[in-house]
Design a protein around this ligand. Structure first.
Ligand SMILES: Cc1ncc(C[n+]2csc(CCOP(=O)(O)OP(=O)(O)O)c2C)c(N)n1
Ligand code: SF4
Ligand SMILES: [Mg+2]
Length: 306
């Protein structure tokens, strides 16, 4: 049965008063990730806004064991922790590597690819705020085209975001999903499902960031919803090779109606003022990806327990 906000567990593992910005999408995501882990996990985290959220020793805002590790080694460190637990005969603890888009798509990709190729027993979560936010918004390979950052200040980024989820899919790992803090029950279910599996599991969560994306701190949930309603972000999972649209993306696919992507772009000042031609190109890019997902959804054999 799919979870709804009415039956999500009350227990909190992320404490209030942490040091993320007001309206941080990552903090909403982490709240539901940790609820799904139910305290039965060890987190492995490289430098990022997440380390700021975690807090400085001896205090912490997260009620879970937590290791701060060097940037390129996140997946390798998680593999080491998993091997250590196995050697000690300790079962039931999920080793969860959580890193940002810079720490995953750029700096940590080699260790993650190695772990996935070995099907190491870790859950890897990338929270994607689409730039190096902790150091003042530099472009990463996850930053969308046209976005102005500290390193693309005049003309904006010239390339579309790297599709990390497809790269992970090419490794043939047992579970892959996309998620958004704006759909917390969907996010919760995906983490819970991944936790119950073994081997390398990968979840990619797009986390809106008010200062980096330049929108009001009150609009974080709205921004995540707009991403999904326009098809800029598609919610899906791939379980043992079977593709499935989930939650709002499944509803949009059934209804056959998406909000124009211009609504999403115009709501964030990081895109600057885009002319009609660029908006049309962006829409075409979104449409082409969406058509690909629709084709995959139509071809997929339904997962029996879905
Ligand atoms: C080896 C190394 N290089 C650079 C840094 C500086 N640094 C700290 S956080 C960060 C940004 C990380 O970006 P991302 O992984 O996207 O996470 P976010 O800050 O966006 O949450 C950088 C470059 C560092 N701590 N260590
Ligand atoms: S910069 Fe963005 S991701 Fe980082 S703490 Fe602030 S809102 Fe969260
Ligand atoms: Mg980032």
């Amino acid at each position: 049965m799919e979870t709804s906000l009415l039956n999500i567990p009350d227990e909190e593992y992320l404490l209030s008063g942490n040091r993320t910005c007001a309206g941080c999408g990552l903090s909403v995501a982490l709240r539901f990730i940790t609820k799904a882990l139910e305290g039965q996990a060890i987190l492995v985290v490289p430098a990022s806004c997440l380390t700021v959220l975690g807090g400085m020793y001896p205090v912490s805002s997260v009620r879970l064991p937590w290791l701060n590790v060097a940037f390129p080694s996140t997946a390798a460190s998680a593999c080491g922790v998993a091997a250590g637990l196995k050697a000690l005969g300790k079962e039931g603890t999920t080793v969860v590597a959580i890193a940002g888009d810079g720490g995953t798509l750029d700096i940590g990709i080699q260790a993650l690819s190695g772990a996935a190729e070995r099907n190491a027993d870790i859950l890897y979560i990338c929270y994607d705020n689409e730039a190096y936010m902790n150091t003042g918004t530099q472009r990463s390979s996850a930053t969308p085209i046209h976005v102005k950052t500290a390193t693309t200040p005049i003309h904006g980024k010239q390339q579309h975001a790297k599709d990390m989820v497809r790269i992970m899919e090419a490794h043939g790992i047992p579970y892959i999903a996309t998620a958004s803090p704006s759909y917390p029950a969907d996010l919760f279910d995906k983490v819970r499902k991944a936790r119950a599996m073994s081997g390398t599991r990968y979840i990619h969560i797009t986390t809106p960031c008010p200062p980096g994306w330049v929108f009001p701190t009150t609009d974080t949930i709205k921004m995540g919803r707009l991403a999904v309603e326009t098809g800029a972000l598609v919610l899906y999972e791939i379980e043992d090779g079977v593709f499935r649209l989930t939650n709002k993306s499944r509803t949009i696919a059934r209804r056959g109606r998406r909000t124009p992507v211009e609504t999403y772009l115009a709501a964030q000042r990081r895109f600057g003022k885009l002319d009609a031609e660029r908006i049309a190109e962006f829409q075409q890019w979104v449409d082409a990806r969406w058509d690909g997902f629709m084709k995959r959804a139509a071809e997929s054999v339904p997962v029996a327990q879905a």
